[in-house]
Design a protein around this ligand. Sequence first.
Ligand code: PLP
Length: 389
Amino acid sequence: MQYDFDQVVDRSGNHAAKYDERKKKFGTEDVIPLWIADMDFRTAQPIIDALTARAQEGIWGYTARPESYFAAIRAWQKRRNGWDIDQSLMSFSLGVVQTISAMVKLFTPEGGSVLIQTPVYSEFYDMAEAWNRKVLENRFIEENGTWRMDWADFEEKLKDADLFLLCSPHNPLGIVWTPEELRRMAELCMRHHVVLFSDEIHSDLIFHGKKHTPIASLSPEIRDYVVTGISGTKTFNLAGLQASTVVFPNRHMKEVFDHYWQCMDIHRNNAFSLTAMEAAFTHGEEWLEQLLPYLSANFDYVVDFCRARIPKIRTYAPDATYLMWLDCRGLGLSNQELHDFMIQKARLGLNDGCSFGRSLEGFMRLNAACPRSVLRTALEQLEAAVNAL
Ligand SMILES: Cc1ncc(COP(=O)(O)O)c(C=O)c1O
C-alpha cells in the first residue's frame, strides 16, 4: 500500500494536545504547532484496521495481556536491532516518562543524584526534580554546529551519581550513538556503580544509513546492568494510547518496579493500546519504511530553506528522531525575546531550547513530522518575521 504523507489531516476534532493546548502553551491559537513530539500523519493502515475491528466488538472490559503482545515487541527488536530480549524480563509501563519517574523513585536514594546529558528531553530534568533528586548535567560541547560528548566531565559527574539517564538516540540533538560510545558509557557506569537507564523511544526513527544499537545488546555484562525503555508510540504515532515496555536486567529490579505500579493498580494495557501495539510491531513495517524517507526529505527541506533564505538560523538534518535543533543565536535575541518572537512574529509554536538545556541561549526545537506544505508555510512565516526584525 502506498501512503500519502503530503495529505494534510484536519486534527481540529482530534483532541490533540499539539493543537488544543496552543492557548495554554503559547497564549494564542494562532501558531502553527511544531512542538510536542507527535506526528501529523495517520498511522499504518493495519493498525487502523485492527483498532476498527476492536471498536466494533463493542465490549472493552478489563484486558488480559496475551503472550503474543510481548512476543511481537520482542520479535521487532530481534528483527530490526538484533536484540534478543528475555521475555520474562519485560514489563508494561504506561509511558517511558512514567518509567523514568519510577526509576528515579525506586533506584536512587532520598537526596540522591541523577546524571543527564544536556541539552536533553526536558522530562529528564523534571522527573529527577519531581522526586527531589539533584540533577547533574554532563553538557554537550558544541563546535561549529556539531555536538559532542564531554567524556572527562561525564566520568567526573558519575562519581556523584546514583542513576544515569541515557537518551539513545538523542532528543533533541538527533545523535545515534555508536557501539563504541555506548560500551564506554556502560563500562564507566559499571565502574562507578551507577544504574543506567536507556530511553530508546526514538530508536526506530533513524536516518542517513546509521544504525541503532540497543545498549543492552552489547554484551552479557552490559545487559546485566541496564534497564531499557522502548515503545511504539513515537514510531507509529500512538502516544495517546499510552503503552510502553521496560526491559530489566534481572528479576529483582523487575519485581521492585512491578510492585510499585501494582500498588497503584496500574498494570493493564487499555483495550486499544493492546491491539494497536501488537498490530504495529507485527504489520507496521511497510508504513515505517515509507515514513522514514519522507521525514528525511523534510529535514533536507528545512536545512536548504534556512541556508538559502534564513541564514541567521542554522540547523542540520538529525540522524534520528523527527525533531530539529535550530541555532537561532544569529538573531541576537535573549531566550525570552526569542520565545516571544517565534510566537508573536513568526506565529510558530516551537519548543524553547532552554527547556532542554537550562544554561543555553538562543536555541529552539522544531518538530518536522508534518506534511511538507505545512513546513513550507511555517518557514515562510519565519523568513518574513526574520526579515522584519
Ligand atoms: C526521549 C523521550 N522519551 C520519552 C518521551 C515520551 O514518552 P511517553 O509518551 O512514552 O511517556 C519522549 C517524547 O517526546 C521523548 O522524546
